[in-house]
Write a protein that binds this ligand. Structure first.
Ligand SMILES: [Zn+2]
Length: 120
């Protein structure tokens, strides 16, 4: 019983600590993205944090400008990280197809943004 709640709690805590460490590292290196900061090439997620912040402010135009697929990325990462739990209520194949289709859409959005150089 104790293990049932402790394991997921520790996993979430680990992910939160990794995210805090990542943003701490970005702050120290004075870059907004490790991939873009080291290679000068934007990654598929570049602009997603600013897009989500714009959305939280109610600025939908800003959201589209920074990253039109930010919600999709967030949703896909969430589903991928919680797929084991989702398999209990949703068919495993459905969850995997959802992740694959969303990933393909994210890659298409990435290449379109790269081709038109519209990644801020
Ligand atoms: Zn990036």
């Amino acid at each position: 019983m104790k293990d049932k709640f402790l394991k997921p709690f520790l996993r979430h805590l680990l992910v939160i600590l990794i995210i805090i460490f990542y943003y701490f590292l970005l702050h120290i290196l004075e870059v907004t993205c490790l991939i873009r900061g080291t290679t000068n090439i934007p990654c598929p997620g570049c602009g997603s944090t600013r897009a989500m912040l714009a959305l939280l402010r109610g600025d939908f135009k800003g959201y589209i400008y920074y990253h039109p697929g930010a919600i999709l990325i967030l949703l896909t990462v969430f589903v991928a990280f919680h797929s084991e739990s989702l398999f209990k209520v949703i068919n495993k194949k459905t969850v995997n197809i959802f992740i694959i289709i969303n990933s393909l859409i994210i890659i298409i959005i990435y290449f379109v943004r790269l081709m038109f150089s519209i990644i801020p």
